[in-house]
Design a protein around this ligand. Structure first.
Ligand SMILES: [Mn+2]
Length: 445
């Protein structure tokens, strides 16, 4: 296991100064000398007085590890210590937020606010500020000069791909937490639990409420594994259980782990196929170096999966023609991965430069979320899959390639759904560090 410092407390100060420097530089692009970033406002259901679960503005949690306090604001003026306007609304229906505490507070000027007008009174000259947030009406009312200026956003988003040591530590810890859940989920699967029960054991193991997870976990038994973003949790286990695909993460200081594992009941064809995808996944990770384009890695993964389809005699065609004719798309219709960080699918995966130009996904692989060149300090996922998706298989059956496909074998595999193996990779010192395998390896000992 490659050593990554996990001392978030001592790494935070340097993180904050890098973030501040990044924003100060970017603010020049819109002629502002400061930025106001709201944490976000609670949203309510239609004709209802209950809010949806609060989801913090990702720009807010770039600066500090608070993701559960609405109507707070960060005010950063170039060259000054950043100011946190911290919402401690007086309210006897809810518990007001406790005083900020923890390793990060020493780096901040902190003022409690009781209301939005409290906040507006403390922002100083709005004419020199940029605003990054969803509450654009509020920003207009307060007379803020620039609201979500595109130049500023493009530059900040682009640089967010390069993680500080603090961020890499948070991502490693998020992986460690998620892996403790994945172990419990595998046990629950082996005991014959339902999707619902596996999900709840997973959440208990990682000590997250559902809304604290970075994304809704996918717990897919049997053929549900073939639904890429399967969104239900069946409360009844199926009569016969063949497989589990679990795509579930965890959150550390606002940073996401995004991990998928696939398991089979007993040994046999499907387990062999899982092992083969696992081997190819590790092999492509080994190939990753700075300077490679991620879209090329995606193409190479198709070639590797074509090899698996041929070795298992699922498709009788050579690898190159299988990729050429886009036949592999039937079995692997999503991209190889995406940037990871403050958001599960982190921003700017298609951005070519800080000025916002984009490199689109290849026409053949429209779902690819990452087309950037691999560089040090990026963190991204590598998540090849091999699925038996009836809708796409039906199309293949009607195509000219249908005769090259072993339909009997496919019928046998459809009840197992599909395979996805997803790890989180940090590029460090010109080599890939597998945060997810680090976590699995550490917990074996
Ligand atoms: Mn993912």
């Amino acid at each position: 296991m490659q050593e990554i410092s996990m001392d978030v407390e001592s790494l935070y100060k340097d993180h904050l100064s890098q973030v501040q420097h990044r924003y100060e530089k970017a603010l020049a692009s819109c002629g502002c000398s400061g930025v106001l970033i709201p944490s976000g406002t609670l949203k309510y259901g239609f004709l209802d007085d209950h809010p949806y679960p609060f989801k913090v503005n990702p720009h807010f949690k770039t600066w500090l590890p608070i993701d559960d306090n609405d109507d707070s604001f960060i005010l950063m003026r170039a060259g000054e210590k950043p100011l946190l306007l911290f919402n401690q609304r007086q309210d006897y229906w809810h518990k007001p937020a406790s005083d900020p505490d923890g390793f990060w507070v020493a780096q901040w000027e902190i003022q409690a606010i009781r209301s939005l007008s409290d906040a507006s009174n403390r922002i100083g000259d709005p004419g020199s500020l940029a605003f990054i947030g969803e509450e654009t009406g509020l920003a207009r009312d307060w007379g803020i000069a620039q609201i979500n200026p595109q130049n500023l956003l493009s530059e900040i988003h682009y640089h967010r791909a390069y993680k500080t040591d603090y961020e890499i530590a948070c991502l490693q810890i998020a992986n460690n937490i998620a892996v403790s859940g994945h172990r419990v989920a595998e046990e629950a699967f082996r005991m014959g639990c339902s999707e619902f029960e596996i999900q709840h054991r997973y959440l208990a193991a990682i000590a997250h409420r559902e809304k604290e997870t970075p994304y809704s976990g996918i717990v897919a038994l049997n053929e549900h594994g073939a639904i890429l973003h399967y969104q239900y949790y069946e409360k009844q286990a199926p009569a016969t259980i063949y497989s589990l695909l679990i795509d579930a993460g965890a959150n550390k200081n606002g940073y996401a782990a995004d991990i998928t594992r696939t398991y089979a009941v007993g040994n046999g064809l499907f387990q062999d196929l899982i092992d083969a995808v696992n081997t190819q996944q590790l092999a492509i990770i080994d190939e990753i170096r700075p300077g490679l384009n991620y879209a090329d890695l995606n193409e190479k993964m198709h070639l590797r999966l074509a090899g698996v389809l041929r070795d298992f005699k699922i498709v009788n065609m050579n690898e190159e023609s299988m990729v050429e004719s886009n036949l592999t798309f039937t079995f692997f219709p999503h991209g190889l991965g995406h940037l990871l960080g403050l958001q599960t699918h982190d921003v700017a995966g298609l951005q070519k430069s800080a000025d916002g130009d984009e490199k689109a996904a290849p026409e053949k692989y429209p779902a690819l979320r990452l087309t950037r060149t691999v560089e040090n300090r990026q963190v991204f996922t590598i998540e090849p899959g091999l699925y038996f998706i009836p809708m796409l298989l039906n199309r293949l059956r009607q195509s000219t390639h249908a005769r090259q496909v072993n339909w009997q074998l496919i019928e046998e595999l459809i009840p197992c759904g599909g395979i996805r193996i997803e790890d989180n990779i940090a590029m460090l010192d010109d080599g890939p560090v597998n945060l997810t395998r680090n976590a699995f390896d550490a917990q074996l000992t």
